[in-house]
Unconditional design. Structure first.
Length: 103
């Protein structure tokens, strides 16, 4: 009984220590990546200034329309023929979904 408790205590300690080290490794990796990106943008800004061009800010944009088209395209490719659907209760729809959302 004592050996089992000792084994689980030692195993738990090393498991916690390993997870802590893994978390620290991920944190250092993310920090290094962000510093690398900032350094790269700094070099870009310096070269742009030396060449007389305007410096563009470091910004990330999300194109919502492109994302929506990607997911709609994936759903359509797997859609089955309407003739294969059975046991469906039909109901009437007033307007298209975009009209119901107020767009």
């Amino acid at each position: 009984m004592r050996f089992e408790r000792l084994f689980f205590a030692v195993f738990g300690f090393f498991l916690r220590l390993g997870l802590l080290l893994l978390g620290l490794l991920v944190m250092v990796f993310v920090l290094a990546l962000s510093l690398f990106m900032i350094l790269g943008w700094g070099v870009y800004a310096l070269v742009a200034r030396l060449m007389g061009r305007s410096v563009q800010p470091l910004a990330f944009t999300i194109l919502r329309q492109t994302q929506a088209q990607f997911f709609r395209r994936g759903a359509r490719s797997d859609a089955r023929d309407a003739g294969e659907v059975i046991d469906v209760n039909s109901r009437e729809v007033d307007a298209s979904p975009s009209d119901r959302l107020g767009r």
